[in-house]
Design a protein around this ligand. Structure first.
Ligand code: CTP
Ligand code: CA
Length: 224
């Protein structure tokens, strides 16, 4: 309702959000994917829209349904997501929550691979474009605030701090996705926000609460 009335601290701001996994084709019927449910990115998009932002939500094939009140762009592969992000710019802020596949099959087959005809496939990989990095390091038209995510299984803060510097983004929201945390696929998240002022660990809370807190921080940063 706030968004419809043009109200809220993010009214008039355009924010793009990437979310979900990507699917990298092997052939027309097979793909390589990852375990991202899209829950955290979806919650972030919903929270930004609730603060009045105009949200462009660019999502891979996620388990959870997309939020209402956003401009929805569905993609499958990392290459498609990269193109959709370029098309969605310019924006005041970008939140890159997608679990983008690092590699794609170098030459996906345009026909179904057959056991008898093709034998055992030996897949060769090529590196996908780094969407977050390319936006964070834009010369002209960079969003004022670029936020990445970092899912790590060990040395979370050290890896995420290095990742923030390497990518050139403003903030990184890092989380520990070791299997024993139950975070991948669960409804809670335990995150550390890393900014130029260093790491700030938030208590473990629901993914919706993480999203609301991040949206509040984004609104405050864009108001500065
Ligand atoms: N990301 C992206 N495009 C890619 C890979 C990652 O936009 N091709 C973004 C993710 O959406 C996330 C951030 O970069 O916001 C960090 O992703 P992550 O997979 O943790 O980083 P990588 O640089 O791929 O490093 P790693 O080797 O740890 O996977
Ligand atoms: Ca990666």
């Amino acid at each position: 309702i706030e968004a419809a009335l043009g109200d809220g601290p993010l009214a008039g701001r355009r924010v793009l959000v990437t979310s979900g996994p990507t699917h990298e084709p092997i052939d027309p019927v097979r793909y390589i994917a990852n375990r991202s449910s899209g829950a955290q990115g979806t919650a972030v998009a919903r929270a930004l829209a609730a603060l009045g932002a105009q949200v462009v939500f660019i999502t891979g094939p996620a388990e959870v349904p997309p939020p209402d009140g956003v401009e929805l762009v569905r993609v499958e592969s990392a290459a498609q997501m990269a193109a959709a992000v370029q098309e969605a710019l310019p924006a005041d802020a970008g939140v890159f929550a997608a679990a983008v596949a690092d590699w794609r099959v170098a030459s996906a087959s345009d026909r179904k691979l057959k056991k008898t005809r093709d034998g055992m496939p030996a897949l060769e990989f090529a590196e996908n474009p780094d969407i977050l990095k390319s936006v964070a390091q834009m010369d002209a038209g960079r969003p004022r605030l670029v936020v990445g995510f970092a899912a790590e299984t060990d040395d979370v803060i050290a890896h995420a701090t290095a990742k923030r510097a390497r990518k050139g983004c403003d903030w990184i929201l890092a989380n520990d996705v070791s299997p024993d945390t139950g975070i991948m696929g669960g409804s809670e998240n335990a995150v550390t926000l890393i900014t130029d002022k260093g790491p700030e660990t938030w208590p473990r809370m629901g993914k919706d609460a993480v999203a609301a807190r991040l949206a509040d921080r984004i609104a405050a940063a864009l108001a500065e």
